[in-house]
Design a protein around this ligand. Structure first.
Ligand SMILES: Cc1cc2nc3c(=O)[nH]c(=O)nc-3n(C[C@H](O)[C@H](O)[C@H](O)COP(=O)(O)OP(=O)(O)OC[C@H]3O[C@@H](n4cnc5c(N)ncnc54)[C@H](O)[C@@H]3O)c2cc1C
Ligand code: HEM
Length: 385
């Protein structure tokens, strides 16, 4: 595609994204054309799709931003299509997706459509659909694994530890996350982070917190029973300890964000030699540190690990009427304050490889606190939220 055409489609897409409800109008036209040509595809989608226009617009924007670095754009589209296999989307569907996307741009612009836009968007939609078809065809591994719930334990009113046994081991690395679909909310895939490393027996553990008003997490907390069959998609994400760097490790996790960090620590516990690790576990109340006893136990048999509990409040809330237990002898005392501020109060941790995991808000807060005291930005890893 020549530079003039690229500039034209970029400017045109900016006008769509910046106009009120532009992405919604465009993507709704896309689905209108797609389902008119393939009525069966409607079945693949969940009932609630309010996030979809933004997600799809972000994907198209990524492609437009990388037209001069096509390998990156193609890699992204191929990965997207490999991932789409879990929804049941096949390579043969992308031809008509390309046509539907071009028709959507035409419909969006109505009388303002012209030959230059037609030529520019035709090139882009062909590039997208061809790359996605290649991606869908390029992977013969399974799109998802089936697993049976073998345990469901409420550790807090709104937090469950769910154990599953997959029919075949899911090949994730400790620290990665996986898309999950549960029978109570079919087709609504959500990301969860396994809290134990992958093992040959196919055992997986997830820690799930209920998000009020959410579709899937309340069903996992309140409706999941032993025997339920879950689907687990291919692993994603790059949180890992770089053993070759020679650098010690700082892990910071809050809430169920501890899961990917915990999985890595359990895996490290299976090795003889490890870098030194400081693990700060944060929560609002002491009861939010629901797994700290297990982490203390792990640290007792692994001298390279120091666990530091941090709470914003000293006591439990009224709805959790249990006294706060003292730390076991020899364990780091509980610190009180904002997690990011407490970690940053120790200094910049400039010689460490650092991982932060938790809610989007907690990650942004903690990053900011560390960078403010001089932590090099490139030392900090966190997964997209
Ligand atoms: C990489 C990654 C790993 C994850 N790992 C885990 C995990 O191990 N355990 C776990 O419990 N969850 C984890 N999550 C979050 C999980 O994927 C879901 O987003 C969460 O369970 C909410 O889903 P829902 O269907 O209940 O809510 P939705 O129906 O998707 O959302 C309902 C509303 O709640 C808002 N919302 C969604 N998530 C949050 C949040 N965290 N805090 C505040 N508001 C929110 C949404 O914006 C929306 O307005 C992870 C997310 C990512 C991106
Ligand atoms: C025949 C074509 C396609 C079908 C049937 C299809 C189907 C789906 C389905 C069922 C979802 C899940 C929706 C949800 O959970 O709310 C999804 C998500 C998504 N789709 Fe598509 N899609 C197609 C083409 C495309 C194209 C062409 C793009 C962009 C270039 C795209 C980008 C995305 C993105 C970014 C998401 C969200 C991320 C994800 O969950 O993987 N899709 N799609």
């Amino acid at each position: 595609m020549d530079a003039r055409s690229a500039a034209l489609v970029r400017a045109d897409f900016r006008s769509v994204v910046e106009s009120p409800h532009g992405p919604e109008r465009l993507i709704s036209a896309f689905y209108g054309h797609l389902f008119a040509e393939n009525p069966g595809l409607h079945e693949l989608f969940p009932p609630a799709m309010e996030m979809q226009p933004r997600r799809m617009a972000t994907a198209i924007q990524y492609v437009l931003d990388h037209l001069e670095d096509w390998e990156r754009a193609q890699g992204f589209l191929e990965q997207l299509a490999r991932d789409h296999r879990k929804y049941g989307v096949e390579a043969t569907h992308y031809d008509s997706a390309g046509r539907a996307l071009l028709a959507a741009f035409r419909a969006y612009h109505g009388a303002n459509w012209n030959q230059e836009l037609e030529d520019g968007w035709r090139d882009i939609t062909i590039l997208i659909s061809a790359s996605m078809a290649i991606g869908a065809n390029s992977d013969t591994s399974r799109p998802y694994w089936d697993a049976t719930v073998v345990g469901h334990r409420l550790v807090l009113d709104d937090l469950a530890v769910v154990r599953l046994q997959s029919d075949e081991p899911v090949p994730y690395q400790a620290g990665q996350y996986v898309p999950v679909s549960v029978p109570q909310r079919p087709k609504m895939w959500r990301y969860l982070s396994p809290a134990i490393p992958s093992n040959p027996y196919g055992e997986i553990e997830f820690h799930v917190r209920k998000i009020r008003g959410g579709w899937v997490s309340p069903a996992i907390i309140g409706e999941t029973t032993v025997g339920d069959r879950w689907k687990i998609g291919g692993p994603l994400g790059g949180l890992r300890v770089d053993r070759d760097s020679g650098r010690d490790v700082l892990l910071i996790g809050a809430g169920t964000g501890i899961a990917p960090l915990r999985a890595q620590l359990i895996e490290m516990g299976q090795r003889g030699i490890n870098p030194r690790v400081h693990f700060f576990i944060g929560g609002r109340y002491p009861c939010d540190l629901y797994d700290v006893e297990n982490m203390w136990q792990l640290s007792q048999s692994n001298p390279w690990l120091t666990v530091v509990p941090v709470c914003e409040q000293k006591t439990n809330p009224w709805w959790y009427p249990h006294p706060v237990q003292d730390e076991p002898y020899g364990m780091h005392r509980r610190l009180i304050g904002n997690l990011g501020a407490v970690v940053a109060s120790f200094g910049a941790w400039a010689d460490r490889q650092i991982q932060i995991a938790g809610s989007a808000h907690m990650i942004a807060d903690t990053r900011r606190a560390l960078i403010a005291v001089g932590t090099p930005e490139h030392s900090i890893s966190c997964d997209p939220v």
